[in-house]
Design a protein around this ligand. Sequence first.
Ligand code: NI
Ligand code: MN
Length: 220
Amino acid sequence: MKITFNGHSCFTLESNGKAVIIDPFLTGNPQAKIKPSDVKVDAVLVTHGHADHLGDAVEIAIANDVPIIAPFELVNYCMEKGAKGHPMHIGGGFTFPFGHVKLTIAFHGSTTDTGAVGSPCGFVVTMDRVSVYHAGDTALYSDMKLIAPVDCALLPIGDNFTMGIADAVKATRLIKPRVVIPMHYDTFELIEQDPMEFEAKLEDSSIEVRLMAPGHSTDI
Ligand code: NI
Ligand code: MN
């Protein structure tokens, strides 16, 4: 699977000629190297309604004529804006033409410009037998150990709104992925972090910490 980091919490996953984008915050994202009109995908996955995650989801879903996959209440909001949607909810999984998606718990909020849109989530996306856990904006919780096994975990380290480095290190040890990629840091002053500190704190583990610069891709 090819993973591209588009800055903040936005990743594109590609495998076998299919692609999905998660949390497509591009417009107004100082780290983003692409525009919504550059995105060609088979689905748009959104963890929660906050603007730095919902981002350009509706525009991208409409332009590509593909569904938004998100918790039920957030999908309803997106469908009212004219996008196609595939509602899911926490604990549920579904096999799409591009692969399998399962929604996990995320301890956080989920609001849009019109108010609350249900619960936030994380995703486990499996494409061609490679699995990636995108944590959304969750806090640390001990049941993260139940998400294992996954090949790769995308975890926030920015603190303030999400886990900081210390909790993301604990989360990594619970999930035990083959590779962990930190996200949700340095986008704004409030969430500036040193990802090298995250890497150093996991040096004693067999888990590979892969630091990604915005706009770059890696293979998992
Ligand atoms: Ni959020
Ligand atoms: Mn966020």
